[in-house]
Design a protein. Sequence first.
Length: 107
Amino acid sequence: MADEVKVAYEKAIDLFGHGRLEEAVAALLALIKSRSDFADAYESLGMIYYKLGRLDDAIEWMARLAALKPDYAMAHTNLSVFYMKKGMKEKAEEEKAKATVLNFSRK
């Protein structure tokens, strides 16, 4: 199963790399449906939605990643950026603070 997941993820990333963003989204959604704990897919999906200008979707998937892996600082860093792009300064600062605390706690 792990090999199948890795192959599916690499295919989605390859689609993304070739500018086939909507196909990459579909591949990542299918991957998450079959393996709901595969965190890399959540992050990639959030970033692709961000690139597509779909900030609400980007926020939704990055928030899901943060819920799945609360100690993953990049989820909070990305949420901070997404919220700032939406003009939601207070929420952006909250997420930035979470990321900062997580980064400091690792050192």
